[in-house]
Write a protein that binds this ligand. Structure first.
Ligand SMILES: [Mg+2]
Length: 327
């Protein structure tokens, strides 16, 4: 029996992921048909690359890589209130991948696509002499005119975040065994937060019409909030004491107080960062309740053009908070 060829292998592993999308043509043609947006909706598109050893740990499992590359893209869709429809996947894989790696990757990606209601529309596969490199493009649909843009913040808006911050940065340390003294339970909870982003799709959808500016937190609050400020032509003040931290993060910080700054500024949280008019506080809280996702006000949009101001408990600015730099 001849060794399975590349095309047969791709057909066997990836065609099942395309079955939900008739426009994918079973991955048998050069192109696919994009599913049309529903009436009153617009299609939006985003893309992100995950490189082994940069965005995931060296030697990351196929499960971890599949979940990461899909979910970081879905998180961008979530921040815009979009519903995921289809994805395109480009893989660059080294020849020396362990047997079964691609099978496990395709199965994990298929499970996660099902979980989030999207299908595989197409892609490409190449060999590389470098690490595993995955580029996923996600297509979603959003009600026309309601998408929160980076440029939508207005002076007086309240700044909100979803979930808890800092778990991604502390979780990376936990995953590398770098949080001595922390309980195994806390360490694995934090590591899971790093490995497995939870795209806040229901919350993003529930905030449509209420969120004025929005994006997801991938590089850390200081680095990401500055994008909203620049695009909107405004300044921001953030009350650091208001940042929502998980119990596990609090316990890690109690052991190593220097980690508090990492929790404030670290990346990989994939929570939503958004602004809303101050009068819409109740609407934001109701969206959080409806989506089953906590939301926390952390500051205010102010006049100005400088970088966001981060204030400690006594109201003094904290300098030098920087976004996450990858290892
Ligand atoms: Mg983003």
């Amino acid at each position: 029996v001849a060794e399975e060829g590349e095309f047969d292998r791709i057909a066997r592993l990836f065609r099942p992921l395309a079955r939900k999308l008739p426009g994918a043509l079973g991955l048998t043609d050069d192109v696919g048909f994009l599913p049309p947006a529903a009436a009153g909706e617009a299609l939006i598109v985003t893309t992100d690359t995950v490189v082994e050893g940069i965005h995931v740990l060296p030697g990351a499992s196929p499960l971890r890589m599949a979940e990461k590359v899909l979910r970081v893209n879905l998180s961008d869709l979530a921040s815009k209130g979009a519903r995921p429809l289809a994805v395109l996947l480009n893989t660059a894989l080294p020849h020396e991948l362990p047997a079964g790696w691609l099978d496990a990757f395709a199965q994990a990606l298929g499970r996660d696509l099902d979980r989030f209601g999207a299908g595989l529309l197409g892609g490409d596969s190449v060999a590389t002499t470098g690490p595993v490199t995955l580029t996923l493009t996600a297509i979603g649909s959003v009600p026309e005119g309601l998408m929160p843009r980076r440029s939508g913040a207005r002076v007086g808006d309240t700044i909100w975040v979803s979930g808890t911050l800092g778990d991604g940065a502390l979780g990376l340390r936990a995953a590398r065994g770098d949080l001595p003294g922390l309980s195994g339970e806390d360490a694995s909870w934090l590591a899971d937060r790093y490995h497995r982003p939870q795209p806040r799709l229901a919350l993003g959808r529930a905030l449509l019409g209420t969120a004025r500016a929005g994006m997801d937190l991938s590089d850390g609050l200081p680095g990401d909030l500055v994008h909203i400020c620049r695009a909107s032509g405004v300044g921001a003040t953030v009350d650091l004491a208001a940042l929502p931290l998980s119990d596990a993060a609090r316990r890690a910080i109690a052991l190593q107080p220097a980690l508090e700054r990492r929790a404030w500024a670290g990346g990989d949280d994939y929570e939503l960062l958004f602004t809303a008019a101050a009068v819409d506080e109740q609407a934001v809280r109701e969206a959080g309740t409806a989506a089953g996702c906590p939301v926390t006000p952390i500051g205010r949009i102010v006049e100005g053009s400088g970088p966001p101001l981060f204030l400690d408990r006594t109201g003094h600015p904290v300098e030098g908070l920087r976004g996450w730099t990858h290892f």
